[in-house]
Design a protein. Structure first.
Length: 254
């Protein structure tokens, strides 16, 4: 039987870290038959383990070179997964620095804009699709999450929906995945922020977070990656402009 993504060429950003959501998406797209180019920051841990290239999504020139190379090598681009992201800042709004705001928006929001500008012309040709990794914190205010992160992920959801609307009649789909709490290095950072804010240990912060999740546990990166395979595939040809929570029933916040 044909695999779901046979013959598709995919680009995944933030793909390197061995425990990351991006790496799990690379593996899942490949298992579904796609050829995947994964990119991450120059020198990022794990980058040499994947068919990938260094590319900083905040640098438009570096994205142009990357996309030109993909088109030269494969002749097409069908799937773009904008997964690169940073989590930084503090749970206390007044303790978030200008640099936290600037870096968070440069990577989480403008990074997606930069990649979309360069790839959309190719996606129109292939009638492809884009998946943006947003967050449950992009749908509601979640306790302990820095406001710069939450605001950036709301922006990702808004950007996804606006692009979905603009490009619907050219048959390019745009969807967002909104993970809740997922076992990655970023969760380690997030638990540290919660622990500091609540003056509790990391273990207590983990317990605090788990009690908010109806399924009683954080997710695994693979569980997010399976949603990406579905959205990228021909099983989702009528799905666009969606911000899909993959969060174990975690209802998000306000
Ligand atoms: N882990 C969670 O609980 C969780 C929850 C909701 C959303 N997310 C989102 O999922 C995505 C993946 O996060 P993760 O948890 O796997 O953490 P991660 O830190 O392992 O992955 C993020 C990756 O993005 C890369 N990156 C950062 N800046 C970049 C840049 N300028 N250019 C290219 N790559 C860059 C990092 O090097 C890293 O490999 C992020 O967008 C994150 O905001 C994570």
């Amino acid at each position: 039987m044909d695999k779901l993504l046979n013959g598709r060429i995919a680009l995944v950003t933030g793909a390197a870290h061995p425990r990351g959501i991006g790496r799990a998406i690379v593996n899942a797209l490949q298992a579904a038959g796609a050829t995947v180019v994964g990119v991450d920051l120059p020198g990022a841990e794990g980058l040499s383990d994947i068919d990938g290239a260094p590319c900083d999504v905040t640098k438009p020139d570096s994205i142009k070179t990357l996309v030109d190379n993909i088109i030269e090598r494969f002749g097409q681009l069908d799937i773009v997964v904008n997964n690169a992201g940073v989590g930084r800042g503090a749970a206390d709004f007044m303790a978030i620095s200008d640099e936290d705001w600037d870096v968070t928006f440069a990577v989480n929001v403008r990074g997606i804009v930069n990649v979309c500008r360069e790839t959309i012309p190719h996606l129109i040709k292939s009638q492809g699709n884009v998946i943006n990794t947003a967050s449950l914190a992009g749908l509601g205010a979640v306790p302990g999450i820095p406001a710069c992160y939450s605001a950036s992920k709301f922006a990702v959801v808004g950007l996804t929906k606006q692009l979905a609307l603009q490009y619907a009649d050219q048959h390019v789909r745009f969807n967002a995945i909104c993970p809740g709490s997922v076992e990655t290095q970023m969760l380690d950072v997030s638990l540290k922020i919660i622990a500091e804010a609540e003056n509790i240990s990391i273990a207590e912060a983990r317990e605090f977070e788990s009690t908010m999740i109806p399924m009683g546990r954080s997710g695994q990166p693979e569980e997010i990656a399976h949603a990406a395979v579905y959205l990228a595939s021909g099983m989702a040809t009528y799905v666009t402009g969606v911000a899909l929570p993959v969060a174990g029933g975690f209802p998000g916040g306000l």
